[in-house]
Design a protein around this ligand. Structure first.
Ligand SMILES: [Zn+2]
Ligand SMILES: [Zn+2]
Length: 338
């Protein structure tokens, strides 16, 4: 499914296309795609809210696949491995950011499904150093949302500076939040969820939320940390109002509507507001390990690849419960990880 030009999701921006099967270059692997999660970022790209450095483009950056070809310099051992590909496609490894462990901020970083063709396809290419073995026991479609929703949610948790047992607020309860709450509960945190959707509030309570309400509501206790997941700037003053002095608000959004003007009092008291941008290889490895330990269960809605436009529309309307995953007809027996 390729994007030739960005359009509103209602106008079906993606179209099916027959592309040549790509060959992996030096240091690269080719995957036979089994499943690919659909992320809000894919919606932003399809609607032209994020830069599109190359068109046409195959979107998709939460990919589970089996390596079926390797390029020069890549060990044959990787052949037939089931791996995941996330949003961070490549970082230079040499700049100041890469050297200090912030490869997510590398100015030359390339992103899957933005600078390079992604996983809304039967095959794709990725650098061998930026794919991750998927723990056995995770079916493909359950593992796919871990690659972005899970990884970026985990980084948001880290940057929110929540401590074990602390009170954490989550604003918006889609794919990323429904994984994040499971890690937070594993750390013994009390989780307060704010969302406009009654269905999402019920989902949050089922996953162990202490309380669920709407964004303007005052939670029953002040929050130590909060994370916003919805790309809505008006949430920020609400989240700050719920935060205790010294608390941190992490904004998990690659694109956001303007943040309204607000009184200084909302950040006075040494409250911190910070954004979360992309994620590192370390984030991906740690989250996948945690996912196996806890174990994390992702709630997924499955769709055939050809229905990618309908999925973008459902995502836009917050109609997905958990995460939406495209499954590929090329899946063979024995690809469910067990
Ligand atoms: Zn770099
Ligand atoms: Zn994503």
């Amino acid at each position: 499914m390729i994007l030739r030009a960005p359009r509103p999701a209602e106008e079906n921006p993606l179209e099916p296309a027959d592309l040549p099967v790509p060959d992996p270059g030096p240091g690269e692997v080719r995957l036979r795609v089994l499943a690919c999660g659909v992320c809000h970022t894919d919606l932003h790209l399809a609607e032209g809210e994020l830069p599109l450095p190359r068109l046409p483009l195959v979107p998709g950056h939460q990919i589970i696949g089996v390596i079926d070809a390797v390029g020069d310099g890549v060990s044959d051992i990787m052949l037939r491995q089931r791996v995941g590909v996330p949003w961070l496609h490549w970082a230079c490894g040499r700049c100041d950011y890469c050297r200090r462990g912030q490869e997510n901020l590398c100015p030359d970083a390339r992103f899957t499904g933005q600078h390079a063709d992604g996983g809304f396809a039967e095959t794709m290419i990725a650098p061998a150093d930026f794919v991750y073995p998927i723990p056995a026991g995770f079916p493909d479609e359950q593992a796919a949302p871990l690659l972005c929703a899970g990884v970026i949610g985990y980084r948001s948790l880290r940057l929110s500076e929540i401590e074990p047992g602390g009170r954490l607020g989550l604003y918006g309860f889609g794919a990323s939040a429904h994984v994040t709450i499971q890690v937070a509960r594993h750390w013994g945190c009390q989780v307060y969820v704010f969302t406009r959707s009654e269905d999402h509030r019920q989902h949050a309570l089922k996953l162990g939320a202490t309380w669920a309400g709407r964004a303007p509501d005052k939670p029953p206790a002040p929050l130590d940390s909060a994370i916003t997941f919805a790309p809505a700037g008006w949430l920020v003053p609400h989240a700050l109002r719920a935060l205790r002095p010294g608390g941190t608000l992490a904004i998990n959004a690659i694109h956001m509507s303007p943040i309204p003007e607000m009184p200084y009092d909302l950040i006075y008291g040494e409250r911190t507001v910070r954004s979360v941008a992309n994620a590192t290889r370390r984030d991906a490895r740690e989250l996948l390990q945690l996912a196996a330990e806890i174990p994390i269960h992702t709630d997924v809605e499955l769709y055939p690849l050809a229905e990618a436009n309908a999925v973008l529309q459902r995502l836009k309307q917050a109609e997905i419960r958990g995460a939406a995953v495209l499954v590929l007809p090329t899946r063979g027996p024995g690809s469910d990880g067990r």
